[in-house]
Design a protein around this ligand. Structure first.
Ligand SMILES: [Zn+2]
Length: 452
C-alpha cells in the first residue's frame, strides 16, 4: 500500500515539476499559477552580499510577504500584493517554482507541507543601496549604480517610495498621490539631460574636427544669442576664454551652443542613437525609452538647445548611467542586469546570467580623451563635490531646466575606480537646481560606500 501511494506521489510530483510548472511559465495569467502558489512557499529575493530583501513568513497560520529593508528597495524589488512589480514581478515564476531535489519535495509532501520555492540572487548590494537611499534623503529623484564592465546593477533607488509590505492597505493613496509613488524613476522617469549631454556634443565635435578640436576657443560673457534665442550660462556666470576642455570643466553653455553651429545634426542624431536614445531599454523592468528628436531638418534654435541637453531631449537615470558606462568601459556597453542567478533550496544553481555585450558605440581612444576631460570636471570644475583623494573619479554635472521659470533638475553621472574595482553612478534630483551642489555629493557617498 505504502509503495503504491509512494509511487503515485512521485508520479504526481514529477508531473507537477515537469509539466505544470512549464504550463504556468507559458501563461502569466494561468489559473495554475494560483495552484502553484498553493503548493510552493514563494522563494526569497537575496542581495549580492547575502542579505534577504524579500521572504515569505507564516504569521498566525497565514503567509505574509516580508521586506526586511522596508522602503529601501521598494521599486526595484517591488511588491507582491494587488498585482506585482519590480523583481517580484519579473522573477515571479522562478520564485513560485520549486527545483528542490525530489526527495526534499516528497518529504514535504508526505508531511503535508508546501515545497520551498527557488531563491533569486540579485546583483544588488545593500551597502551601496543604503548609501544611495540615505544620500537622497527626502528629495524626489533616483540613483542608479552599476558595474560598467559587466552590466551588474549594484543599486537602484527611486524616491518618493512606499512600504512594499503594505501596498494593499495603502492602495488608494499609492494610486492617487500626485507624487507618483509607484513610479520607478530610475527606469521610468524621463528628464532633460541638461549639461550631462555635453559629453555627447563634445564627442561629436571632436569626431568632426579631429585635427582641430584642440584649437577650439570661445570667449564667454555669461550669455549669447543664437537664432532667436538668448542663452545664459548657469547663474549668468561669465567664463571668459575657454577651450573645449575648459568648456566641459566649467559647463559653459555659450561655448557649447557655438560649438553646435559646427556640428552636423544628422551625425549628432546618429551618435545619440548609438548611445541608445530612442531604443527600447534592454532591462527586464518596466522602463521608458529616452527621447532624441533632432534630425537634419531641425532649426538653429532646436540645435542650440539640444547641444546643451535642453529642448526635447529626455533620458532616464538608467540610460544616463549606461552612457557613462560606455565611456568607463572603453566604448563597450554591457547589457544591464539585476539577477545573478536562481538557486534551489539546496543551493544548486538552476539558472544564471552571463554578462553580455550590448553594443560598442565609442572607440577606446575617444573614451580616454573624454575621461581626461571629465576628470578635470571633478578636480577643478563644476563637480568637485564628487572628488576624493582615495580613488580616481571623473564625471559630469547637469542642471536641467524643465519649465519656463528656469527651475532645474540636478544631475551627476560619473565613474570611480580603484585597484580594478569600478562603479558608475547616475544621480537625478527633481528640482534639485544645481548638479554640482546637490547631485555630485550624493554620487560621492555612493562611491565611498562601494570603494572604502
Ligand atoms: Zn559660459
Amino acid at each position: 500500500m505504502f509503495v503504491v501511494s509512494f509511487l503515485a506521489l512521485i508520479a504526481y510530483i514529477a508531473h507537477f515539476v515537469a509539466v505544470d510548472s512549464k504550463n504556468v511559465i507559458t501563461n502569466a495569467h494561468n489559473r495554475r499559477l494560483q495552484s502553484m502558489a498553493e503548493k510552493v512557499v514563494r522563494g526569497k529575493i537575496i542581495s549580492s552580499d547575502g542579505k534577504v530583501l524579500a521572504q515569505t513568513l507564516t504569521e498566525n497560520g497565514s503567509e505574509i510577504r516580508d521586506y526586511p529593508y522596508g522602503r529601501m528597495f521598494a521599486h526595484v524589488v517591488g511588491y507582491n500584493d494587488k498585482g506585482k512589480s519590480g523583481l517580484e514581478s519579473v522573477c515571479n515564476f522562478d520564485l513560485l517554482k520549486s527545483d528542490a531535489n525530489l526527495m526534499t519535495q516528497i518529504t514535504s509532501s508526505l508531511k503535508g507541507e508546501k515545497s520551498i520555492g527557488d531563491n533569486v540572487y540579485t546583483t544588488l548590494n545593500t551597502k551601496v543601496q543604503k548609501a544611495a537611499y540615505y544620500a537622497l534623503q527626502g528629495q524626489k529623484g533616483a540613483v542608479v549604480a552599476m558595474d560598467p564592465e559587466t552590466g551588474k546593477i549594484y543599486a537602484m533607488v527611486s524616491k518618493p517610495d512606499y512600504r512594499p509590505a503594505y501596498v494593499k492597505e495603502n492602495w488608494t493613496e499609492l494610486n492617487t498621490s500626485k507624487n507618483s509613488l509607484l513610479l520607478n524613476r530610475a527606469t521610468q522617469g524621463l528628464y532633460p539631460p541638461g549639461s550631462t549631454f555635453k559629453v555627447v556634443t563634445a564627442l561629436e565635435y571632436m569626431r568632426e574636427h579631429k585635427n582641430t578640436y584642440k584649437n577650439f576657443k570661445y570667449h564667454c560673457t555669461g550669455y549669447t544669442t543664437v537664432g532667436t534665442l538668448k542663452i545664459h550660462c548657469y547663474g549668468g556666470e561669465a567664463h571668459g576664454t575657454v577651450n573645449l576642455e575648459q568648456a566641459i570643466e566649467k559647463s559653459c553653455n555659450c561655448a557649447f551652443v557655438h560649438m553646435s553651429e559646427e556640428i552636423n545634426k544628422g551625425k549628432l542624431a546618429s551618435l545619440a542613437g548609438d548611445l541608445m536614445y530612442n531604443s527600447k531599454v534592454p532591462i527586464n523592468l518596466l522602463a521608458n525609452s529616452s527621447r532624441f528628436v533632432l534630425d537634419k531638418k531641425s532649426g538653429t534654435n532646436e540645435m542650440a538647445h539640444t547641444s546643451i541637453g535642453q529642448g526635447q531631449t529626455l533620458i532616464t537615470p538608467l540610460e544616463n548611467a549606461m552612457v557613462m558606462s560606455a565611456i568607463a568601459n572603453d566604448g563597450v556597453v554591457m547589457q544591464p542586469y539585476l539577477v545573478e542567478n536562481v538557486k534551489n533550496i539546496d543551493g544548486g544553481v538552476i539558472k544564471e546570467t552571463k554578462a553580455s555585450k550590448l553594443s560598442e558605440p565609442l572607440e577606446a581612444s575617444e573614451c580616454e580623451t573624454l575621461k581626461k576631460m571629465l576628470r578635470k570636471v571633478v578636480t577643478k570644475g563644476t563637480g568637485t563635490r564628487a572628488y576624493s583623494s582615495h580613488y580616481n573619479v571623473y564625471g559630469k554635472t547637469g542642471s536641467a531646466e524643465y519649465n519656463s521659470a528656469k527651475d532645474s533638475h540636478a544631475w551627476f553621472i560619473g565613474c570611480a575606480e580603484r585597484g580594478g574595482k569600478k562603479i558608475v553612478v547616475s544621480v537625478l534630483v527633481e528640482g534639485g537646481d544645481s548638479g554640482g551642489r546637490v547631485a555630485a555629493p550624493i554620487a560621492d557617498k555612493v562611491f565611498h560606500a562601494f570603494l572604502d
